[in-house]
Design a protein around this ligand. Sequence first.
Ligand SMILES: Cc1cc2nc3c(=O)[nH]c(=O)nc-3n(C[C@H](O)[C@H](O)[C@H](O)COP(=O)(O)O)c2cc1C
Length: 172
Amino acid sequence: MLIVYFSPANADRVDAVSGATPRTGDVSSVEYIAQIIGGQVDADTAKIVPADPYPIVYDDTANRAKSEQDQDARPAFELDVNPEDYDVIFVGYPVWWYHLPMIMQSFFDSYDFGGKTIIPFNTHAGSRDGGTYREIAALEPDASVLDGIAVAGERASDAEKDVLTWLAGLRY
Ligand SMILES: Cc1cc2nc3c(=O)[nH]c(=O)nc-3n(C[C@H](O)[C@H](O)[C@H](O)COP(=O)(O)O)c2cc1C
């Protein structure tokens, strides 16, 4: 199994992403949920790293994300594993502008997920999954896309019980 996730923030940035990303220890909310999953399931973990890092200032990231969406962009990324080597893949990301971040479209475009099980998890500020699980199922019609978990970013630090309950429901 693999846990793979995208979050624009790193440890240095979390404080600076004003309002959007409350502190959950030293990590962003998506990364925090990834860590909870990683503590429960026997999986490798890898981070989708943007080739061009997102700006520290929240409004700048918001603007860039919007223009990437408007342009149907496929931002480049680096990933130090090959998801095709795994059968079950947890995929984490924040909702951006009511959709998957475009870098997640790049991710789904880059590999063959046919026959694999994809388990989404995401953070948000009110949109819940924002329809992104359906977006993933549409992008990957030959994969089995399970019900994910949507965690409010500002409550991520309290989400462990909910995440473990969700995993138990998936028999993990
Ligand atoms: C560019 C951008 C767009 C966002 N759009 C939405 C949105 O449409 N709906 C929503 O509920 N939250 C939205 N958010 C809030 C994030 O999903 C939320 O803060 C999330 O916890 C961020 O995850 P992170 O801490 O791992 O970065 C947006 C945040 C950013 C930076």
